[in-house]
Design a protein around this ligand. Sequence first.
Ligand SMILES: NC(=O)c1ccc[n+]([C@@H]2O[C@H](COP(=O)([O-])OP(=O)(O)OC[C@H]3O[C@@H](n4cnc5c(N)ncnc54)[C@H](OP(=O)(O)O)[C@@H]3O)[C@@H](O)[C@H]2O)c1
Length: 210
Amino acid sequence: MKITVIGAGNMGSAFVKQLTRAGHEVSVTARDAANAERVAAANPGAVAMTSAGSAAGADAVVLATGYDDALGALQAVGNLEGTVVIDITNPLTADYTGLSLGHDTSAAEEIAKAVPGAEVVKAFNTVFAQVLAEGADFGSNRKVTVFYAADTDRAKHTARVIAESMGFATIDAGGLKHARYLEPLAFLNIYLGYGAGLGSNIAPAWIRKN
Ligand SMILES: NC(=O)c1ccc[n+]([C@@H]2O[C@H](COP(=O)([O-])OP(=O)(O)OC[C@H]3O[C@@H](n4cnc5c(N)ncnc54)[C@H](OP(=O)(O)O)[C@@H]3O)[C@@H](O)[C@H]2O)c1
């Protein structure tokens, strides 16, 4: 697939690494062009682009900026009518002690409202950057799960195919509204990793009795 990654930080760089390894055609942008260029240079097959026009012809755009930068970043890439946008953001408060919105909305729903032509899918927000960068295989036949929530089959399908191409297990978490539950789940993961000391090499999973 042709995939544009907006953001070249912890998550953006890990996406570029795993997406190029999976054989996708990857473009990466950042606020500072030098950061996108550095990430592209480290991952053969990736190209750095300036924001304007970087989403043209993309099968998916991965939104890997902070939530507060998300709308500006999406507007800067140009027309997203009919484009699948994979929203990985968690709307953390400035002091990282909670979420800045939720319960009756979510970052994903706010983004979808602000970019109405795009097909937004919430996914990957419960996956730590370290886990994404190191890979989905947790050993003993266990794979990290990517939960995805969207209102269109096309957006869900795109997120699932991309996640599975990088080796993740996937679970359909319902409509985009269910980002209201995935974002708090990610915050619990952050608390467990950093607050409770489990470290960032963890991931939430659902288990079913055989
Ligand atoms: N870190 C994690 O473990 C993790 C896990 C799951 C979800 N998330 C979510 O993923 C998102 C990114 O997290 P992160 O840790 O990767 O953050 P980060 O390291 O701070 O990276 C953010 C990136 O966004 C870029 N950016 C900001 N505004 C932009 C714009 N207008 N156009 C293009 N690029 C722009 C920045 O560009 P510059 O490099 O030029 O500054 C930077 O590369 C956040 O919403 C976070 O909640 C993070």
